[in-house]
Every structure is written in C-alpha cells, then in structure tokens.
Design a protein around this ligand. Structure first.
Ligand code: NAD
Ligand code: MG
Length: 389
C-alpha cells in the first residue's frame, strides 16, 4: 500500500447540509483522490445546482418534486442526470456509479438509502447517527453479512474508531464520549423554560445543522451518540459513559482492560473526521488549522447534569432497555425538535413529549426491520397528536 489512496467515487446523500458542504470542501482540496459521483438534496435546489455545476457529478437527486423542473433546466446542457423524489434516493443508492456513501441526510429519512447502500455492498461513511439509533442491530448485521465497512463521521465515534486502529485483539473496558455541554451548560430549568429557537441554535464550538444544534443544546445528541456507539463498537450499555468537556478538544477516549486510556485530539472542525472517513485507511495531508497546545487553555471535565438535561436520562433508558425504545425515542425527538424550531413548544416541553411517547408506544424486545419502521410511525403520530401538529 503506497501513501496515495486510489481514486474513490463518493455519493454524498445530503450534500447541501452542514456535513455535505464540508465534505465537498474536503473533496475540492483533493480532486485527485475523490470524485463526488452523486449529490442529493431535499429542497435547497439553488445550492444543489451550484454544487452540480462545480463538481460535475454523474447524478443529482432533488427530493422535493416542486423543485425538480428548475434543477432539470439548470443542468440540461450538462452530463449530470437528475432524479426526483424520495424513492429516487433508494434507487440511486443501489447504483454502481459510486464506491462509498457519505450518509449525511438528517434524521430517520437517512435510514432507507443508507440501508440500500449497505445491501448494495457500498462502504459507508456514517454521519447520520439516527440510522443506528433506529435500527442499529439490523444495519450492523447486514453490514457484516455484506462485508461493508461502516466508518463513523461523528467526531466522537471517529475519535474512538481512530483509538481502536491496531487494537483488534484487545478488549475495551469502556468508552467515554465527550460532550461540549452545548449553549446552556450550567443552566437550570428556571432559565431553560424561556429559551427560544435562535438561542438554542448558537452552539459555542461547532457550526451544525438546525436539528443537531437543538439536540446538542438538550444533550439528546449525546444520548443518540451513546446508542450509536453501542452498535458501532459492539459495546454493552454499562461500557459507555459521557463526560462534559466544554473545550471540545478531546473528541472521546477509550479505556482498555489494562487501564490505559487513548484519546484523539484536535480542534472542533468536522472536516477532519469527514476526511478521515472518506480516505480511511489513509491519512492525507491538509491545511486545516492545528490545535495549539502551548496556548494557556485548560482542558476540563465534569459530570453531565442529568437532572436538568433529562433527555440524556431518557436516552440512557432507551440504550439500556433496547428493543424498539431507541426508535421511539428518536421519532418523538424529531417531532419535538421540529415543533420547537417552529416555536410551537418550549425547550423543556421537548423532554415531556419524548417521555410521554416512550411510555405510550408498546415495547418490542426484538423488533424486525418492519417493526422498527412501525414503531417510528406510531411514535411520530402519537407525539404529533400531543401538540396537534
Ligand atoms: P443539515 O440539516 O445541515 O443537512 C441535512 C441534509 O439532509 C441536507 O442536504 C438536506 O437537503 C437533506 N435532507 C433533509 N431532510 C431530508 C429528507 N427528508 N430526505 C432527504 N434528504 C433530506 O444536517 P447536518 O448538520 O449536516 O447533519 C446531517 C447528519 O449528520 C445528521 O444525522 C447529524 O446528526 C449528523 N452529524 C452532523 C454533524 C455536524 O457537525 N453538522 C456532526 C456529527 C453528526
Ligand atoms: Mg458528535
């Protein structure tokens, strides 16, 4: 194996999002290594068109049918084919025109295309954590059966993955996921009750899409990441811990059986884990800013306040009980965040909505894939009925 990776054709599902745009920055810096063969977007057609004119993919998919004529017209004189609608995502995911899918759609909508890529034998760079939260056992089983690597993009899981390279024979005692604590670190319910959308979207360290920004503010993001870690690294729930690390420099750490701890460090910049996942097993040179350890900036760690940020407790319950509970948690959370972003419910109401939905939907210990989908739909309907969406 030389130092230069072979050319890889990447399908970016969700190319107009925060992860998708940063992935295209990475690709633009290494046109000799990566070619974005597929780009998809739900409704930001202007950005999709600009991306397509610049990167000349084989295929673009626009989800919203109302936007399709504009995309088709804009790309009529190019070699890029335009596909339209939700089912096109799965159709394109099954095609041979790419080697690796960057799964960067947000939420449950990312599950079906990602699963289709797994079934089609494509490597996965996984940003869409909801895929594993909803149906982690099924997705990982099919990935093993299809010999498909799933390389995490989420910074914490990328850190753990990097710590585990070369450690296949060695047992993990536990993994510790770091959390920045989000914009409301140290705040109490009397403050949180009045928090509005714009404040919740102001993350101190990371610039991200709206849904994950709210999830970071409620700590649900860390809860989803605990479940993601369980499936990615085949861990028991009691092996997964969370620590607040407000500086976001240590991106997570692994403690092995001998007590030794390995961590991965760097500035909070998603381009690094994105590039690592796209290029794995290679590391490629880049000009990203470097962490300056000589600056006086203490790295600190503290326990999460789970009494205030109860979403983390609900997610831990879903992690421990398993079955369809994580998919119910995820669906209710998607509805809650959607409603909060539209100022329909308050910050703390999100937790109540999720809790009531988890109590309501019947528990299934070992769901089939269909039952995961059914649980998602039932939970969504019930949660939406509580706020009359
Ligand atoms: P985003 O909202 O910025 O972008 C989402 C992308 O998905 C867009 O391209 C959008 O067009 C597409 N999309 C949205 N709804 C869709 C639907 N129903 N069908 C098809 N496509 C749809 O989100 P993001 O912040 O880039 O996050 C993407 C995923 O990556 C999420 O699962 C998130 O948890 C994960 N992630 C993001 C970050 C980050 O820094 N942004 C970090 C770690 C993990
Ligand atoms: Mg993360």
């Amino acid at each position: 194996m030389g130092n230069k990776p072979p050319v890889k054709k990447i399908a970016i599902f969700g190319s107009t999002g925060s992860i998708g745009r940063q992935a295209l920055d990475v690709i633009a810096s290494h046109p000799d290594i990566f070619y974005p063969a597929v780009l998809t977007a739900q409704n930001n057609e202007d950005l999709l068109i600009m991306q397509a004119l610049k990167f000349k993919p084989n295929i673009v998919v626009i989800g919203d049918e109302k936007k399709s004529n504009k995309v088709k017209q804009a790309l009529a004189t190019t070699d890029t084919k335009v596909y339209v609608g939700e089912t096109a995502l799965e159709e394109v995911a099954a095609m041979d025109c790419y080697d690796m899918m960057l799964a960067a759609i947000v939420g449950f909508a990312g599950l079906k295309p990602t699963l289709q890529a797994v079934e089609s034998g494509k490597a996965i760079a996984l940003a869409n954590k909801e895929t594993l939260v909803v149906a982690g056992d099924y997705v990982m089983k099919r990935a093993v059966e299809n010999k498909v690597p799933i390389i995490p993009v989420d910074s914490e899981h990328s850190a753990i993955f990097q710590c585990l390279v070369g450690e296949t024979r060695n047992k993990i005692e536990k993994v510790i996921l770091t959390a920045s604590g989000g914009p409301f670190l140290g705040r109490k319910p009397n403050f949180l009750v009045n928090v509005k959308r714009d404040h919740a979207l102001q993350h101190p360290n990371w610039s991200m899409g709206a849904k994950i920004s709210v999830d970071s503010a409620t700590l649900m993001n860390k809860g989803l990441e605990m479940i993601e870690a369980k499936w990615l690294f085949n861990l028991r729930p009691d092996q997964i811990q969370v620590v607040i690390h407000p500086q976001s420099i240590l991106h997570s750490f692994v403690q092995f059986e001998d007590g030794s701890i390995k961590a991965q460090m760097g500035l909070p910049d998603m381009k690094l884990p994105i590039q690592y996942a796209l290029a794995f097993p290679y590391r490629i040179a880049n000009r990203f800013p470097r962490y300056d350890y000589k600056k006086p900036n203490a790295l600190t760690f503290e326990e999460p306040d789970i009494k205030t940020f109860r979403n983390l407790s609900l997610a831990t319950e879903a992690l421990n009980k398993g079955g369809n509970l994580p998919s119910v948690l995820n669906a209710a959370n998607e509805i809650a965040v959607y409603a909060f972003l539209r100022n329909r419910i308050g910050f703390l109401d999100m937790t109540d909505l999720i809790e009531r939905t988890m109590e309501k939907i019947p528990f299934i210990a070992q769901p089939s894939l269909e039952e995961y989908f059914d649980s998602d739909a039932e939970a969504r309907n019930f949660a939406a009925s509580l706020i009359k969406l």
